[in-house]
Design a protein around this ligand. Structure first.
Ligand SMILES: [Zn+2]
Length: 144
């Protein structure tokens, strides 16, 4: 029996992304409710600059299961501003610098996934979080 789903999202574990205007509602409104989800501190960060290779292996295992078992051919990579996992290891002079790093990492992570799974479409989404509020989400144009 097939139990395919429409997409996989890899996002930060941050609770603010689930509340109110968070990524959960946005994803379901825009891409449907049937999806796999991997939540880990920093979202795509651990594909690009992990604390240890175990994080990357964990993420790629999830991608493989979603791909082979659930037939996923679309992955949504999500990073967000004011992310504790990023602020732990990075210092940003301003919001623009933070945004650039988050987008650069999304694009690098997308390349890594596409290299391994050329038939997967990767959509990059940057969420803007301020304090306890998620302000919004934007699809970032991917540069390969
Ligand atoms: Zn975060």
């Amino acid at each position: 029996m097939s139990h395919n789903c429409n997409y996989l999202v890899i996002r930060c574990m941050d609770w603010r992304l689930k509340e109110g205007n968070g990524i959960t509602k946005w994803l379901e409104d825009n891409f449907g409710t049937k999806y796999d989800e991997i939540t880990i501190a920093g979202g795509a960060k651990d594909l690009v600059s992990p604390n240890s290779s175990a994080y990357t292996i964990h993420l790629l295992d999830g991608v493989e299961i979603s791909y082979s078992l659930h037939g996923v051919r679309k992955i949504i990579l999500n990073n967000h501003t004011e992310c504790g996992a990023y602020l732990k290891t990075n210092t940003f002079a301003n919001a623009e610098e933070e945004r650039k790093k988050l987008i650069d990492d999304l694009q690098t992570a997308a390349k890594l996934i596409i290299q391994k799974y050329p038939d997967i479409e990767v959509i990059l989404v940057l969420s803007t979080v301020s304090g306890v509020t998620t302000i919004g989400h934007e699809i970032i144009q991917q540069e390969i």
